[in-house]
Design a protein around this ligand. Structure first.
Ligand SMILES: O=C(O)c1ccc[n+]([C@@H]2O[C@H](COP(=O)([O-])O)[C@@H](O)[C@H]2O)c1
Ligand SMILES: Cc1cc2nc[nH]c2cc1C
Length: 358
């Protein structure tokens, strides 16, 4: 099967949320022993999860976290506070269990997979999933980041990872990433898709100075005016100014949506991947939950494009899937609320409408 067909088939199989199950869930939420609407966003989450999974009482455990790692040619332009080799070094840290995402994943009993989709060095470790498409992207300040075929292969690698996670039993997918320089790449993508200026969406990433940020803005602006990605064409955007781990997350997101499995987005970079997924197929948006609001300044604009409000705001700017892992227990709470709370009827409590009749 050619890569085009594989991607198109997945996109075409993505369905709308199940309205009937959402209505059933809404009515059931209103029958639980609490004032109508008083569990706020948890109620909305429960209803969304019913629409996604076709079940009024869905499961979201265990979650599956996929961390896609890749390098960026643009990192040679001084856009990050850290050198490129940190991508490889952090991959070893993930594999040895020492990173924040390892700790957070353990706490929520998540499956965790680390995927090399485009790290610049060879990595030898038996826990690593090798889906390397290319040894890092080209520097899009000078040339296209990758070929169209690379972009499609990275999307497919992401789709395959989500499929595998789901087959192994994951009931919720968390997309995470590691890639020095990837806030620059995510900024380019978010600016193209949302129409926000580069100045609005570029932030400090791993912690660059204001002066370095100004340079980052001009590098990305120049690259966008030279590469001219088409905002309606996700493959074109990835090819010209994309990232391999971003393409991997986009692929995982569309596959999860096709499989009716909820997705929790992490920070700025995973949300850029979600924007690309929504450009590919807008129905995907209904399957997404925003885990948290990153400190990266463009994140608010990316979330606004998706009309999402984040579950948490903890001033995080780490990536790896950490903010999504922290938000995951709220999804689990929404499912437990449905399964375990008493209804007005089962607990013998007077409802608002009954009391007004008296
Ligand atoms: O998730 C976020 O919002 C986020 C914000 C800033 C930085 N990061 C992480 O830091 C790296 C990118 O930062 P930078 O400065 O190298 O572009 C990459 O590995 C991301 O996982 C992540
Ligand atoms: C140490 C370090 C850890 C990270 N995890 C995700 N991005 C990162 C960037 C750095 C620099």
């Amino acid at each position: 099967m050619t890569s085009n067909i594989k991607i198109q088939e997945t996109l075409q199989s993505i369905q709308n949320l199940n309205d009937e199950k959402m209505q059933e869930a809404r009515e059931y939420v209103n029958s639980l022993t609490k004032p109508i609407g008083s569990l706020g966003k948890l109620e909305e989450l429960a209803i969304q999860l019913a629409g996604i999974t076709n079940q009024v009482f869905p499961e979201v455990t265990p979650p599956g976290i996929i961390v896609f790692a890749a390098d960026h040619g643009i990192s040679e332009m001084g856009v990050s506070a850290y050198p490129k080799e940190v991508t490889t070094q952090m991959v070893y840290n993930f594999l040895n269990g020492g990173a924040a995402i390892n700790v957070f994943a353990k706490q929520i009993n998540a499956f965790l997979k680390i995927v090399d989709i485009g790290v610049a060095e060879d990595i030898n470790h038996n826990e690593l999933i090798n889906k390397k498409v290319k040894y890092g992207t080209n520097n899009y300040a000078h040339e296209n980041a990758m070929t169209e075929e690379d972009a499609k292969q990275a999307l497919i690698a992401g789709m395959d990872m989500a499929q595998q996670m789901i087959e192994e039993g994951a009931k919720c997918i968390i997309v995470g990433e590691m890639g020095i320089g990837n806030t620059a790449t995510a900024s380019a993508i978010v600016s193209v898709i949302t129409g926000c200026s580069v100045e609005e969406v570029v932030g400090l990433g791993t912690g660059i100075s204001d002066e370095a940020r100004n340079k980052k803005v001009s590098i990305i602006s120049k690259a966008l005016s030279e590469r001219k990605p088409n905002r309606k064409d996700a493959i074109d955007i990835l090819t010209k100014v994309g990232g391999l781990e971003i393409a991997g997350m986009t692929g995982a997101i569309i596959k999860a949506a096709e499989q009716r499995v909820p997705v929790i987005l992490d920070g700025f970079i995973s949300t850029a991947a979600a924007l690309l997924a929504v450009v590919l197929e807008e129905k995907v948006n209904d399957y997404l939950t925003a885990g948290h609001m990153s400190k990266e300044q463009g994140h608010i604009h990316a979330l606004a494009y998706l009309h999402k409000s984040p579950l948490l705001e903890l001033d995080l700017r780490l990536g790896e899937g950490t903010g999504a892992a922290l938000a995951f227990p709220l999804l689990e709470t929404a499912t437990r609320m449905m399964k375990e709370m008493a209804t007005f009827q089962s607990a013998g409590i007077t409802t608002e409408s009954e009391s007004s009749k008296i």
